[in-house]
Write a protein that binds this ligand. Sequence first.
Ligand code: NAD
Length: 487
Amino acid sequence: MRIALAAGDGIGPEIMAATLRLLEAAGVTKHLEFVPVEMGATVFAAGNTRGMTDEAVRTVEDCGILFKGPMETPKGGGGKSINVTARKIWSAYANYRHFRTLPGVKTPFSHLDLDFAIVRENVEDTYGGIEHRMSDDAMCGKRIITAPGSDEVIRFTFETARRMGITSVHCGHKANIMKMTDGLFLERFKAIGAEYPEVALGDVIVDALCMNLVMKPQQYRMVVLTNLQGDIVSDLAAGLVGGLGFAPSAHIGSTISLFAAVHGTAPDLAGKGLANPTALVLSGLMMLRHLGLVRHAATIENALLAALESGAHTGDFGDRSMPTLGTADFIKAIIDRLGQEPRTVKPASAPAGTDAVTHRRPARPAEPVVMHTFNGLRKEIAGVDLYLDGRLPAKETAASLERLCEGSPFRLLLLSCRGTQVWPRGSAFTECVDYWRARFELRDGAAAAQEDAIRLLGKVAADHVVSEYQLLRTFDGARGWSLAQGQ
Ligand code: NAD
């Protein structure tokens, strides 16, 4: 099986070389061929704003698996984070991160035997990066949550739980505030979870989840979250078990999956041979298990645990009374223990037999796939929201809009600012900015097509700057928009 390999920048090449030495010593390389690809700082420096050559993209798409070291994100200029680009263009929709208490890694929580996973949706949410300036003073970002996107990551979570014998899965969310977006994610969690009767479902509001993870982390085995909340919660979880130096991560997609440590390029350590390769080794173990090389993964994991237990450590952690090892000696300490098991913690186990790569990469799609969860809903226009860039106060704006919508099937229902109704009802204490939402609803007995809404937009645009237009529709009779605060 061919694996695309990008060593990365900074400490990347050192920790990748050390990790490959360990994989080779464990006999993994007879199953895998690593194909180097060009990604990262040198590609950005050559003016390629994607940070990966066309050849690298082709190789990753042919292999279906990328094992990568940390990569520098260029500051300023057009270059975007290669990590975000990679997981988005290849739809690696589930970021799976496993957290466990490791011997020899002292934290305020080391007395607890922690073993849990966070699954973060990896493509949608604010990571769409769809942001606009709406007025002099207002910036706006779109938070997109879709049913099929939620279904993919939630199904991955339950399938992983089933495979690993995990009987409790939680959904972290903020559906009490983001009733439509997080509400959908939670609804899909419950719908898909019902297909896994052996798994107990729980849901927890994300702020409470953060507190619970610090107060009583043992209560969680697996938590699935939307992208941004999952990003924050998974770093909090990494802190419980020793920080990013011990935080592996898998980005799993239907066709292409990426395996990488969570930490960055550690420019302060680069070239010194001092970096801790543990997170990359643990990410490599996730890759081996994904490919079906479960026995090799268990052997290497046990050697790593035995080495940590013996006090082997790099400069960023461990017992200071024991000598600090450089990257190469730390890996040697693991290689020397291949075949051993840890004594103080539960060893990793795998079914008896011989390993073989069971992973098969599905065929390349002819074109981007369009996914659906709901089909054939009856959609009817009920109104329109127009967002205005303007400095007039609410009363004057409303008077002008009421005049402009005369003769259309719509009437002005309310004005809101930053989501709070300020006209016709509202509080004089509500502070406003130069970015208004005018909500129009159908007049009694009227019906409207999209053209009527666009015609209204045209009339309003004669006197106001409309920075966004949003149809209000019902879907099988259910309201497809949120109410304004105070509506
Ligand atoms: P960083 O993770 O590189 O470093 C933060 C701190 O952790 C530093 O003190 C560093 O020495 C230490 N550290 C990190 N990894 C270590 C390891 N394996 N062993 C020992 N110590 C380690 O974060 P940063 O300084 O914010 O970012 C540096 C660069 O890395 C930036 O260009 C950033 O964009 C990039 N970055 C890349 C990734 C990735 O590729 N996944 C992730 C985060 C940051």
